[in-house]
Design a protein around this ligand. Structure first.
Ligand code: ADP
Length: 153
């Protein structure tokens, strides 16, 4: 049975930290599907089409990486794409507490899907989409911190 992992997130926009987690996880999984969330109650800086395209453009040379968008429960999406693993990144203890609750609730919903965590590489642990959006909003240069495929005006 092939090992398919879903890496869910907003990717608003994809950062070098996300790219690092995805690339390193390819040693563990046969395929990583990056699931770009579309949550109607969430406000995004970038439209869904851009968030998806920028991830695709950051991984053109990797046929193990696929990018799809989804809404609704992550667990339901995993079943649809036959992913038995959810992949999440951990930067800080705050990430851990947040992720722990989600992973344990997902386990209640479906104990056949295992959440796996990859610790951030030390050089990327301060990188977050939130800070990058702040840099962009305030006219700073965010290019060094985003995925290769991201086109900022
Ligand atoms: P969400 O909106 O679900 O928090 P994000 O797009 O912010 O989604 O992040 C997706 C995943 O990537 C999360 O598991 C997050 O912890 C992880 N992540 C974000 N930035 C980094 C980083 N610099 N290093 C490692 N993991 C990261």
């Amino acid at each position: 049975m092939s090992k398919i992992a879903l890496f869910p997130g907003s990717f608003d926009p994809i950062t070098i930290g996300h790219v690092d987690v995805i690339t390193r996880s390819l040693n563990l999984f046969d395929k990583v599907i990056v699931g770009v969330g579309e949550n109607t109650s969430k406000k995004y800086m970038f439209p869904l089409e851009d968030r998806v395209q920028w991830i695709k453009d950051s991984f053109t040379e990797y046929d193990q990486v696929e990018v799809l968008s989804y809404s609704g429960l992550t667990i339901d999406f995993c079943k649809r794409i036959q992913a038995r693993f959810i992949l999440r990144g951990l930067r800080t203890s705050a990430d851990f507490e947040f992720e722990r609750a989600i992973a344990q609730m997902n386990h209640y919903l479906d104990n056949g899907i295992e959440t796996t965590f990859m610790l951030a590489s030390p050089q990327y642990s301060p990188v977050s989409s939130t800070i990058i959006r702040d840099i962009i909003r305030n006219g700073g240069n965010a290019t060094p911190f985003v995925g290769e495929g991201v086109k900022l005006k």
